[in-house]
Design a protein around this ligand. Structure first.
Ligand SMILES: [Ca+2]
Ligand SMILES: [Ca+2]
Ligand SMILES: [Ca+2]
Length: 452
């Protein structure tokens, strides 16, 4: 209440206008990647001239000590290789603080190797590199129509070339570049025409140039503003555009171990992008290939009405438009439906018909299986053929892995001899067989078998 009363009486306005309660704050970012530009210097030119502010690693800055209710100019100087700009007529409100975010272009030509032809050197202080030193007070000067070639540090999708004409090296104003031609090249060998035109006598002038994966930019300085000038001068050539861009990549997972129908399911994506900010997340909940929702952050909540396994896709869109996606097979459970037990299948044992002295056996198991079998003579038979032991065969086999095993149980030759000696054409024996898998699931078979 006290504050409202003071405002109504106008005392607050009077107090701040008379003091230095004004401030400007904001965030400085790279205009092409959205990444913060820490280290940017911000200077105020106005009624007061406080010390410059420097943006922190998050790109945030705060300039204080300004006169509230006044107008000034915010001068912005990005880190090395970035454009310098100024925002004139920035009004500070009477109650103190203004906010102003700033996006700066990287100048890919700044400090890049720069050459000229036919005169490769230029007069002292007017060399070709003076056109790419990120300083508009210096310039390149040529005594005749010439080309200036800049080798960019990486392939750049060029969007604009900014030319700053203006006489350099103490030459008269008429020496400023007027007629120009710009070409681009991916390799310095093959050139494509990009722009031609005539510049005004002074000031930064952007020329729209669209050229993907450009490594070289070549300017032809054709004529000065004053046709009678002894030289053609250019203070600065800047190249704006996007550098290499990698799409975001990442993963997505639900926040809870189980997801139920008709309940809120929360999903969180984790994406990274090495060269730009991520501006949006896109969600396809039903796997139809169409995004159903967009969010600014990496988390979303959704409700599914039917049980099933859904292919949920998350896309992350980066500052320059590249999209990276990841897909999750999300199981949505209906808690009212009892979960069917997974059938633990026991091993299966099957015998083919006896073929003479052979009995083929096959088994099927869900995991590695041990198979054992035994043939036992009836007591009376053993006595009749004078067999020393009733157990005439034991075998033990093992499957190589889950699946099938097949072997042949063969009547031992020793038993056959005894049978012949006793003049028997056939014999009935007791067969017992067992199959046990890794989970100790067991199947047993016991039956009579007749060999002939
Ligand atoms: Ca310069
Ligand atoms: Ca990127
Ligand atoms: Ca969809």
């Amino acid at each position: 209440m006290a504050v409202a009363l003071a405002c109504a009486l106008g005392t607050a306005t009077t107090a701040s206008a008379a003091g230095i309660g004004g401030a400007v704050s904001g965030t400085v970012t790279d205009a092409d990647t959205g990444l913060p530009l820490g280290g940017t210097a911000l200077t105020w030119w106005g009624t007061t001239s406080p010390p410059p502010a420097t943006a922190n690693d998050a790109g945030d800055y705060l300039l204080t000590g300004l006169a509230a209710g006044t107008v000034g100019t915010l001068a912005v100087a990005g880190p090395a290789g970035y454009e310098r700009t100024s925002i004139p007529n920035l009004a500070l409100p009477a109650d103190g603080a203004a906010t102003r975010d700033v996006a700066l272009h990287r100048d890919w030509a700044a400090g890049a190797p720069t050459t000229a032809a036919p005169d490769a050197t230029g007069a002292p202080g007017c060399e070709p590199t003076k056109a790419t030193d990120n300083d508009t007070t210096t310039g390149w000067s040529t005594s005749q129509p010439a080309t200036l070639t800049v080798q960019l540090p990486a392939p750049v999708d060029v969007g604009a070339v900014v030319l700053t004409p203006g006489a350099a090296c103490g030459h008269p104003d008429g020496a400023a570049l007027k007629d120009y031609k710009i070409e681009t090249s991916p390799d310095g060998v093959t050139w494509s025409a990009a722009a031609t035109g005539a510049l005004s006598p002074a000031g930064d002038q952007a020329v729209a140039v669209t050229a993907a994966a450009t490594r070289f930019v070549r300017l032809s300085a054709l004529a000065a503003q004053d046709a009678a000038a002894a030289s053609i001068d250019l203070r600065e050539l800047q190249v704006y555009g996007g550098g290499p861009n990698v799409a975001p990549s990442g993963t997505v997972a639900p926040l809870t171990p189980k997801s139920y129908i008709k309940s809120i399911v929360r999903l969180r994506a984790a994406f990274t992008d090495p060269d730009s900010t991520i501006v949006r997340y896109l969600w396809d909940f039903d796997g139809d290939g169409r995004f159903d929702q967009a969010t600014a952050g990496p988390q979303v909540a959704h409700v599914w009405s039917a049980a099933g396994t859904y292919a949920v896709t998350v896309g992350a869109r980066d500052f320059r438009g590249a999209l990276g996606t990841t897909t999750l097979a999300l199981r949505i459970i209906d808690p009212s439906v009892p979960v069917e037990p997974i059938i633990q299948r026991k091993p299966l044992i099957a015998f083919d018909p006896v073929d003479g002295i052979d009995l083929p056996v096959r088994i099927a198991c869900s995991s590695i299986c041990t198979f054992t079998a035994k043939l036992v003579l009836p007591r009376s038979t053993a006595k009749a053929i004078h067999a020393k032991r009733r157990t005439i065969l034991t075998m033990k086999e093992r499957t190589e892995g889950p699946g099938l095993g097949s072997w042949t149980i063969e009547l031992p030759s020793k038993t056959i001899k005894l049978l012949r000696r006793a003049h028997r054409a056939s014999v009935k024996v007791r067969l017992t067989a067992t199959a046990v898998d890794q989970q100790r699931r067991r199947s047993n078979v016991a039956r009579w078998v007749r060999f002939r």
